[in-house]
Design a protein around this ligand. Structure first.
Ligand code: ATP
Ligand code: MN
Length: 466
């Protein structure tokens, strides 16, 4: 069987073309009477639209099988494209053969063609990709992933794979998941009574990575411009619509680059991604605009076209203080911004993405470069409407003595980071990078309210089904 994708059949093929399509039944209408007919709406995941298959009574299995079809059955249909009689589609398939590949029990099939809540569908995460929303999310996520590689490859960045199991903690990024093969019922002990991790698999304590940045820096300081794109893990116990325990992060790192260059890359990068989604996912984006968030296409179009606002953390604190708003979390120079503050800046003050720079040193990790004022570091966050922070980045501290001092202030042992410090000992260069969360990007592009609905199998506190 040579299968034609429904996307191709609907987009380009002239009436009269003979072809075979295969997919899952969305709906069936059986016409009774003197000229019985079945209308079978088929979706194969290649696009949002279904292809209507018209099955005439002349089919040999018309009574025995076709009329018994229901949502969820898989079928392969061969026939000719004809102009559609009904509205909503230009062509339909007049079947000369319709083979049932797999039956689905109509009584128990969980994702019938009716409205299901996203909560319900999370419990059916293995079948939810068969719904319009999750099919569309999956295709947009795919288009974004491709656009990300495309963006960097066009600019000569080298894709590197940093380790998922790591002994170094990218300080400040988040709580870590321990990786261990020790038997919790029989933990080896040191003479002092502590757990003896020397007997663990790696002979030391290891974790799932919270960021590939430190290792990414080592490759940037050799290959120039690099990026990572991989899974990241944070054991932060935050049950929010924007946090996952397992998410995908993209981390470019550039040698001979300062904070301004880093911000330029971040802005170009987001514009490239959103332009790609707008031009390559038209049908899915129209679906999101109609059913999920009616502003989503206008928002992406606006972002792709207008320059981002850039201001310092200190200027932002000033605006927030003078806003006259009553904040749930009070504003004070030196404190971290909360989502309410980030959203106020992007949604009410500037109405576009905002790049905040030069945060207080005390709320940022040791590796960010100290500014001359002695109080701030060369950090940047890119904030977007609704989501808040979508990118976090910085220029890295390239001066050995300053970096060692900062580590000691953070109660880190420089000898644990000997290889990281070697970059500053041997041919140090100014360099900068950032991290973009893939799921927050998909959320922003689609308008989906909950991050659990833009990754196939969300991992959140108390939940790791599937
Ligand atoms: P937040 O303050 O929102 O928790 P963060 O400051 O911990 O984010 P970074 O450590 O700078 O974030 O990570 C870089 C990017 O990774 C963030 O801008 C965001 O897009 C994404 N990200 C961070 N934590 C999560 C998470 N738990 N789930 C999904 N994406 C995340
Ligand atoms: Mn966080």
């Amino acid at each position: 069987m040579k299968r034609t994708l429904i996307k191709d059949a609907l987009a380009a093929m002239p009436v009269g073309t003979e072809l075979t399509v295969a997919g899952w039944v969305r709906t069936v209408r059986n016409h009774k009477g003197t000229h019985p007919l079945s209308f079978v709406n088929l979706n194969d995941g290649s696009c949002l639209a279904t292809l209507q298959v018209v099955a005439p009574a002349a089919l040999e299995n018309f009574v025995s099988e076709v009329q018994r079809l229901s949502a969820g059955c898989s079928v392969a249909a061969t026939g000719r494209l004809v102009a559609s009689q009904g509205k909503g589609q230009a062509v339909e398939l007049l079947a000369s053969r319709l083979r049932v590949v797999g039956w689905a029990d109509a009584e128990t099939y969980p994702v019938q063609q009716k409205h299901h809540t996203f909560e319900f569908l999370r419990a059916q995460a293995h079948l939810r990709p068969r719904t319009n929303t999750f099919g569309a999310v999956t295709r947009v996520r795919n288009a974004i992933s491709f656009a990300i590689h495309e963006f960097f490859q066009q600019r000569g960045f080298v894709y590197v794979n940093t380790p998922i199991i790591t002994a170094s903690d990218c300080e400040g990024a988040g709580q870590m998941f321990r990786v261990s093969t020790l038997d919790p019922a029989k933990l080896p002990r040191t003479p002092e009574g502590n757990v003896n991790f020397a007997e663990d698999f790696f002979g030391r304590q290891t974790y799932l990575t919270v960021s590939g940045q430190l290792e990414g820096e080592t490759y940037a300081c050799a290959l120039g411009n690099v990026y990572t794109f991989g899974p990241t893990f944070r054991a932060e116990n935050s049950n929010t619509p924007r946090h996952l325990a397992e998410f995908w992060m993209i981390e470019p790192e550039m040698a001979f680059c300062d904070l301004a260059g880093d911000a330029d890359l971040a802005e170009e990068f987001l514009k490239h991604i959103f332009t790609a989604v707008l031009t390559r996912c038209r049908e899915d984006m129209a679906f999101f605009a109609e059913h999920i968030d009616k502003t989503v296409i206008d928002t992406l179009t606006h972002i792709a076209a207008s320059p981002f606002e850039r201001l310092s953390y200190t200027q932002a604190i000033d605006i927030l203080t003078r806003s006259g708003k009553s904040w749930e979390y009070p504003i004070a120079w030196g404190g971290d911004l909360q989502t309410e503050h980030e959203r106020y800046l992007t949604e009410e003050v500037f109405n576009k993405p905002v790049i905040l720079t030069d945060y207080p040193a005390q709320i940022k990790p040791f590796y960010m470069r100290s500014n001359d004022d002695g109080k701030t570091v060369a950090a940047m966050d890119v904030l977007v409407p609704k989501i808040g922070e979508i990118i976090g980045g910085s220029q890295r501290e390239e001066r050995l003595d300053v970096l060692v001092e900062k580590m000691k202030n953070s109660h880190l042992r420089p000898e644990d980071y000997w290889w990281y410090l070697d970059l500053r000992r041997y041919g140090t260069v100014e360099h900068a990078g950032f991290g973009l969360g893939l799921e927050r990007t998909v959320q922003f592009a689609t308008g989906m309210a909950n991050i659990r609905d833009v990754i196939p199998y969300p991992r959140t506190p108390g939940s790791a089904e599937f």
